[in-house]
Design a protein around this ligand. Sequence first.
Ligand SMILES: [Zn+2]
Ligand SMILES: [Zn+2]
Length: 408
Amino acid sequence: MAEFQSVRGFHDVLGEDLKRFRYVSDSIRKLLKLYNFEEILLPVVEYLEVFQRSIGEITDIVQKEMFVFQDRKGRWLALRPEGTAGAVRAYIQNKLYALKPYTKLFYEGPMFRYERPQAGRYRQFHQIGAEVFGIQDPQVDAEMIDLVYTVLSKLGIPATIEINSIGCRVCRPAYREALSEYLEKVVGHLCDVCMDRKDKNPLRVLDCKVDTCKSAVKDAPKMVDYLCQECREHYNTLKSYLDKLSVPYRENHYLVRGLDYYTKTVFEAVSDELGITLIAGGRYDYLVEELGGPPTPAMGFAVGIERLSMLIKDLPQEEPLYMVLPFGDVMDYALEVVKKLREMGRRVELSYRKAGLKKQLELANKLKADFVVIIGEDEKKNRRITLKDMRTGKQETINFPELVHETL
Ligand SMILES: [Zn+2]
Ligand SMILES: [Zn+2]
């Protein structure tokens, strides 16, 4: 029978890749705890409408990239393509707004998008995201961007943070109109997709990756020139806070993000090495209300774990590995030694292989053991162990367990 393959776009994560993945995830989780975010575990499936109403109908994600299916009762469901919509749904459903004046949540897990698979991009990928509900002050925006900057610094990943403001209900309509007018003038240069976007969702044209579109919008009007008083103050205060926090950033007046729910601040961290977006986020002050909750300003971001993992050069050193090699009728004693070493917090492998010293040492090398613990009949009789340092070749026999504390 032919071997099964994993589904296209879905892949196994293992070995060194998984070590990098966990290192990224653990590092971010540790930082999120320092910033006092609380974790929430969200389902991977939501009603389709949750995404349609939040991300927006006229977006690539909703139009083309979601895994959508009907359950046995004919209800339309979708695998989550991102985390914010579900987090907002949960915030409302669990009435978290009633518990505290504001709420800081983070989530982690797989997301699903039906995109063309390519290097570093899969149909199942993983994100960690953080959301702050209930505060509109730009101090939140500044702290979130600072958190993103700290994540990248801690992981040693060179990236540039780009920021923009895309305004609010008050000021965006006039900008939209000005942008539409401008797009009419360059209509001959727009790709087919943007021809469709220019009427339905003109801001998305600014986001197009097609070269002709990119150059067509080079002189497009900028949102920053249309911001209302409140949005302008918000944006300027954010910039002054970022300066105070020594967070470097670049203003990108055409940064809009591909989702409809954003208001005011949007930002991205772009890899200096690969030019791809690593972390993205923004403010979404109307979304809670639009999904049926009380009016609640909010701000969040999401990190693509695979993308950051790809850019990790050096992993921190692992705990030394002790490989216990039993020879002869000594398994009872060997098990006792192994248990004791693990109780002491050591990383221990007990060789399951029955073989002579040479073969056993080969295995220890293959497993990259730092030390081997040799246990023969003599060792068992005298309650000792022979410890060999694989890096120096030095070997000594010591009493067990009394001397272990001093030696290992
Ligand atoms: Zn505004
Ligand atoms: Zn285009």
